[in-house]
Design a binder for this molecule. Structure first.
Ligand code: GDP
Length: 297
């Protein structure tokens, strides 16, 4: 399961805390030092870790905690609460336009992050909610991207709009939205092109789409297994194109958890969904409290 190595380390710290009847300030500080190390080894952003430990320590060294019946348990509870807060506390949904009005969602992210797969996973989720969804192939560069979207769209029973690889993505987006409006679609999902690394052409193309069509929600797809790189990518995309939220893929293979724990705090943008596998049904809504429980064991 995800986060195994982080979970194991934190559980050891907690076991120690639980075994003590009384706690001194030094006990708490020593435990939090270990928590700090575990988070850093999990590739959580350094500033985020520093603030997190400071917040926990301020609360944990309070009189109520130290004089309570079970101080170890109280410290663990505080760690849990602060971790939930770190990930945004509440579940955030992709905001749809009211009623039957058309919502345009633009997916963006680096090549290989899982954008095309996630676009199809999302389309399936919306379809289950009774929405009519149009998947749109705007990734005209990656060989096989259009076909992959078509295959996945078919699996999901969702229409795929494509104009091949010779038309500019912004014009494909415009045509898709026109088609959607005429045919009473509720949601258009634009699968845009990624690159191996952040580059100006990619950002310019995304900006051009946003300037020329009404995009209601911009969703960034990042690979959880890349840890702090994912966080930096999120920061860059947010600065250059703007994002409303993040989908963290490949969490099933992430043993560390650094991206999940840092992205919200670094970018201020919520995690919307997490990818838990390659199958089109492997997309889960993100619940900060459940994620904290998974990590803390
Ligand atoms: P794109 O270049 O961003 O469009 O990436 P793709 O959608 O082609 O995905 C790249 C690879 O990641 C594919 O092999 C996907 O099956 C895989 N993938 C996507 N999401 C997940 C996930 O949540 N978990 C796992 N294990 N694999 C994923």
């Amino acid at each position: 399961m995800a986060f195994d190595s982080l979970s194991e380390k934190l559980q050891n710290v907690f076991k120690n805390l639980r075994s003590k009847g009384r706690l001194t300030e030094d006990d708490v500080k020593a435990a939090l030092k270990e928590v700090k190390m575990a988070l850093l080894e999990a590739d959580v952003n350094f500033k985020v870790v520093k603030q997190f430990v400071k917040d926990v320590q301020e609360r944990a060294i309070g009189q109520d905690v130290m004089n309570g019946l079970n101080p170890g348990q109280m410290v663990i509870k505080i760690v849990n609460e602060e971790m939930v807060k770190l990930m945004g506390s509440e579940t955030t949904e992709i905001k749809l336009q009211p009623g039957k009005a058309l919502t345009v969602i633009m997916m963006e992210g680096l090549q290989g992050a899982g954008k095309t797969t996630t676009a199809a996973k999302l389309a399936g989720k919306f379809k289950l909610k009774g929405k009519k969804v149009l998947l749109t192939a705007c990734d005209i560069y990656r060989p096989g991207a259009i076909e992959q979207l078509q295959i996945n769209g078919e699996k999901q029973g969702v229409e795929v709009f494509s104009m091949g690889d010779k038309i500019k993505p912004v014009n494909i987006a415009k045509a898709a939205i026109e088609h959607a409006a005429k045919n009473e679609f509720n949601i258009v999902i634009l699968d845009t092109a990624g690159r191996l690394h952040i580059d100006d052409d990619m950002m310019a193309e995304l900006q051009e789409i946003k300037e020329n069509v009404t995009v209601h929600q911009t969703v960034l797809v990042v690979d959880a297994m890349t840890g702090q790189d994912a966080v930096n990518v999120a920061k860059m995309f947010d600065e250059k194109v703007g994002i409303d939220g993040v989908i963290l893929t490949k969490l099933d293979g992430d043993t560390r958890g650094g991206a999940a724990l840092s992205i919200r705090a670094v970018t201020g943008k919520p995690i919307l969904y997490v990818g838990m596998g390659e199958k089109l049904s492997d997309l889960e809504q993100f619940y900060p409290d459940r994620m904290a429980s998974r990590i803390l064991g």
